[in-house]
Design a protein around this ligand. Structure first.
Ligand SMILES: [Zn+2]
Length: 191
């Protein structure tokens, strides 16, 4: 982690981890990839290491991120997918030339066409978004119950009843808020 920058929220779904680089969209938004270097750091943390990133590539990444956010939010509430978001996701997917690689240990890795090809990494992220929005994977898109967050997340819980994008942040904060509200209402009932 680089000093002075907000840390990352790493989940296990690539596309929604990526949209999670901007948090609290309905509150005091926190930009977690404020510089090209932080995008390089984020990609490395997500198995998509690149050597460098330009300002233009960072802008493209953010454009893809907001498109994935818009399309997955629409999918979560079963609304029509915004055409411009679909276009950008598709463009990024088409431009990416990453290849899936099987390691000797039997794991999947991504190999980018060149070490500085941010577009390849974005293509992998776009394809991941397509698979969850199109319902190709086991899980369901839902919106975080935190009013200041409302992030679209991919619920892979058995019952499909997860309420928060992240239990450690939004989930805990909501629980604490409810606890404090109850205590305020019934000062003697706090246990
Ligand atoms: Zn949330």
């Amino acid at each position: 982690m680089r000093a002075g920058f907000p840390d990352f929220r790493l989940g296990n779904v690539l596309a929604t981890s990526f949209t999670g680089t901007l948090t609290e969209r309905h509150g005091n938004a926190v930009e977690r990839i404020p510089t090209p270097h932080r995008l390089v750091d984020w990609l490395a943390a997500n198995g998509l290491a690149v050597d460098s990133c330009t300002t233009a590539q960072l802008e493209l990444a953010r454009e893809l991120r907001e498109s994935i956010h818009a399309a997955s939010t629409a999918a979560a509430i079963q609304d029509v997918l915004p055409a411009s978001a679909v276009q950008i996701i598709n463009d990024c997917s088409i431009q990416g030339r990453a290849a899936a690689i099987l390691t000797p240990e039997g794991n999947q890795r991504w190999r980018l066409s060149s070490a500085s090809c941010v577009e390849d990494a974005l293509g992998v992220i776009a394809a991941d978004a397509i698979s969850i929005i199109a319902g190709e994977r086991d899980g369901k898109l839902a919106l975080c119950a935190s009013p200041t967050c409302q992030a679209a997340f991919f619920d892979t819980s058995q019952s499909r009843t997860r309420k928060w994008c992240d239990m450690n942040t939004c989930g805990n904060r909501q629980k604490k808020a409810r606890f404090n509200a109850n205590r305020h209402k019934n000062p003697n009932s706090a246990k």
